[in-house]
Write a protein that binds this ligand. Structure first.
Ligand code: ADP
Ligand code: ZN
Length: 730
């Protein structure tokens, strides 16, 4: 029986799954809900926390078979509803990335405990009489807790150096009393606590920034060399935002950096901001989510995913190190967080600050064409000069056989060491050696699941695939010919450079900074602290060292292989190399020490190397922009990448061809491929790529939608993933 819609109260509900649209549900009697309300919706045998959505304007209310319609199971009325602006944003992102809206909602809801009743958290406080039986451990606890503060149990145990059982014993004895912990996820900040005295140039920049962030949406490109005080300057804009009672979001590219950044915010605003990244516990995520949704979190510092938090009154977005590749997400919903931050700002009438010493070409062009407002900072704070950079021509000053460091570099390291200052060697390659082969038969160790070599990690005594994570012990003999002691490591990784440094400077204290050597964030922070406190003489690191750290004792940066990134032939290789090497060499010579950088290269005449050495950044940008314009590459043209993968090579290739054949004809849009991806197999899946190239003024999404509607549907193991504005072409 068809029931007229007027007789039924139904609402569209968006379930956080890869579904094309919201579904209609019956509203339970007496339920109070509206767009954005969180509810529990049954779908098949499973119940999902989902959000009541809006019916598109002009769409008829549901007219449905009652028997088909299911009712909502629950209404989560103590969870703050998703703000309308978040719904606008979700729809926009879905439309742009071609991801199902439910998947964007899922990103917005990635804090499962936020949807459960908040569990009160208890700590303990020293409030009762001393226990009858004293032990040395108990005495230590009483000493530690004497300050009368409320302690998290595990932290008290750690501080007193006792097992958690000792704390429980004291609770049983009535000496320690359980008390609710205050919520520290969103403490109140003081915008005026510690304003820095700005230099004349900084004051000018701050005034422009404040002008730009005062009334609604505008994008500022804060463009200043490392150490010029960009952070100090945008803190002023944050302070104004907080003073107006609005929320501010600062995105930073690397979680390892958050703790230093949080400490700096705490100094400036009197309390730690709310942090948001993948390193949080589920409980902390849930509390942070709620604090944001309730508007209690005034300042959020987070990774790219923080952009999808449900801010009800966002008044400022800062994207720090806006050029960083970490802002591009490639799995599930693929998006570029810097670009989406501008969209979020536009939709919400909220200003955006993009900050960098080496802006992305995209932002540079936007500033050049007047869409963004350029706010420059030219001088480093105090007298700290920029490092003096030189190229080492490896053809003229080659390293000794079997080593990787030129005598020019090792001499500079020896001088630096003699002066008691620090050196940093940068090589963006983890492990010991990128390739292992048999001297006897030529066998090469390749990953069985991927078209990639197994990388030797000597420290962990194994061979690892950097694409799928497969690992195997390093064998004694060649698996192909059985020869013993015939395996040789080819090329260097950071571990091998560290070995060479150890042989050259046995007395120097060394540290390797690489994500696999310091897999835990706490270890990484400890290593960073040691470097900062000058407990290390020579640091050997991957790109982990490039990002924003402040090493006051660092005088020399040596780039082991400046050409490494240039070999990758993608459209952004030159830009990325320039940014990375500027950033790494920019670590040298802050504060009082004069810094220098030495770039080992086999092509010192390459434009990127020349631009770095001469310090003529603007000339590099001009040339790079001209080349992009010429080639119709972003931001002068649009790209989309279609990646087709499957476990059967022939079927995957055939399907890729069928997809390409279904491409609608269009004058200006080019469909290139399919071609086998450069990384042709990953995790046992064969990969083919199709690249779509369109002029800037074309609606590439509309074209793709048309195409998708007509293309053969993927069957079996075959999957298609679409990446708008791709950054990876492997
Ligand atoms: P950037 O973000 O451009 O790299 P920072 O804001 O981190 O620069 O500043 C670099 C260093 O100089 C920091 O230690 C910062 O505290 C200090 N600094 C910059 N400007 C000032 C200022 N006006 N007063 C005091 N310290 C400053
Ligand atoms: Zn692999």
């Amino acid at each position: 029986m068809l029931i007229p819609e007027t007789d039924l109260e139904t609402v569209p509900v968006l379930v956080p799954l890869a579904l094309p649209a919201p579904y209609d549900y019956l509203v339970p009697e007496d339920a109070q809900l509206g767009p954005g309300s969180f509810v529990v919706a049954p779908l098949g045998p499973v119940k999902y926390v989902a959000a009541v959505w809006r019916r598109p304007e002009g769409a008829p209310a549901a007219t449905v078979l009652r028997s088909k319609l299911r009712a909502l199971v629950d209404v989560l009325d103590d969870v703050p509803p998703l703000p309308a602006i978040s719904m606008d944003f979700a729809e926009w992102v879905a439309g742009y990335t071609l991801a199902p809206p439910g998947m964007v909602l899922r990103m917005m809801m990635s804090a499962s405990t936020a949807f459960q009743p908040p569990a009160p958290r208890y700590g303990v406080r020293l409030a009762g009489p001393p226990p009858e039986r004293m032990t040395p451990a108990r005495t230590r606890v009483l000493e530690t807790a004497r300050n009368g503060l409320i302690w998290v149990k595990s932290l008290l145990a750690e501080a007193a150096g006792v097992s958690p059982g000792v704390i429980d014993g004291l609770v049983d004895a009535g000496t320690l009393v359980a008390e609710p912990l205050p919520d520290t996820i969103a403490r109140e900040l003081d915008p005026n606590l510690l304003r820095a005295e700005l230099t004349a140039e900084q004051t000018k920049a701050a005034e422009r920034l404040l002008h730009n962030t005062r009334d609604g949406f505008a994008v500022s490109l804060l463009d200043g060399v490392t150490g010029s005080g960009k952070t100090e300057v945008y803190f002023q804009a944050i302070a104004e935002t907080l003073a107006r009672g609005k929320q501010a979001l600062v995105m930073i590219p690397e979680i390892a950096l958050t703790s230093a950044f949080l400490a700096r915010c705490e100094e400036r605003f009197g309390a730690r901001p709310t942090e948001w990244h993948s390193g949080l516990t589920q409980s902390a995520r849930g509390r942070a989510w709620r604090a944001v949704a309730e508007g209690r979190a005034q300042l959020v510092v987070g990774a790219r995913s923080a952009l999808f938090l449900p801010f009800p009154k966002l008044g400022l977005i800062v994207v720090d190190e806006e050029h960083d590749q970490a802002y591009k997400q490639e799995d599930r919903v693929s998006y570029q967080a810097r670009d989406m931050a501008v969209v979020r700002g536009h939709l919400g009438g909220c200003p955006v600050i993009l900050s960098s010493a080496t802006p992305s070409i995209e932002s540079w062009v936007n500033a050049d064409q007047g869409r963004y407002r350029h706010v420059p900072l030219r001088a480093r704070y105090k007298a700290a000069g920029l490092p003096d950079l030189k190229a080492i021509d490896m053809r003229k000053s080659p390293p000794e056989r079997g080593s990787w460091l030129s005598p020019v570099l090792t001499e500079a390291m020896a001088e630096t060491l003699a002066r008691g200052e620090q050196s940093l060697l940068f090589l963006n390659r983890r492990g010991y050696a990128p390739l292992t082969l048999c001297r006897n038969c030529g066998y090469r160790f390749e990953c069985p699941n991927c078209s990639a070599w197994m990388v030797e990690h000597r420290f962990r005594h194994r061979l690892e695939c950097h694409h799928c994570g497969k690992f195997a012990p390093i064998p004694e003999e060649c698996p192909a010919c059985g020869a013993e002691d015939s395996l040789v490591a080819c090329g260097p990784g950071v571990e091998r450079i560290a070995e060479e440094v150890g042989a050259l400077f046995p007395e120097a204290r060394r540290a390797i900074l690489s994500s696999d050597m310091t897999p835990r964030i706490s270890d990484l922070r400890e290593t960073l602290r040691e470097i900062e406190d000058r407990e290390v003489d020579i640091v050997i690191g991957t790109q982990l060292v490039a990002k924003g750290h402040h090493f006051p004792g660092l005088a020399l940066v040596g780039v082991v292989d400046s050409d490494l990134g240039l070999a990758q032939g993608d459209p952004r290789a030159a830009e990325r190399t320039f940014q990375l090497l500027s950033q790494v060499t920019g670590r040298a010579g802050r504060e009082t020490i004069a810094g220098r950088g030495l770039l080992q290269t086999y092509m010192p005449e390459h434009p990127v190397i020349e631009a770095l050495i001469s310090g003529d950044r603007d000339a590099f940008y001009e040339r790079e922009i001209a080349a992009r314009r010429e080639a119709g590459m972003p931001p002068f043209g649009r790209l989309a990448s279609l990646l087709i993968s499957g476990t059967d090579r022939a079927a995957t290739e055939a399907h890729s061809r069928a997809i390409a054949r279904a491409a609608p004809p269009a004058d200006k849009i080019k469909v290139l491929g399919p071609a086998e991806a450069p990384l042709s197999v990953v995790r046992g899946r064969y990969r083919y790529r199709i690249l779509v190239k369109a002029p800037r003024e074309n609606d590439i999404q509309a074209y793709l939608r048309l195409w998708i509607a007509d293309m053969p549907k993927a069957r079996g193991s075959i999957r298609l993933s679409i990446d708008i504005d791709p950054y990876t072409f492997l």
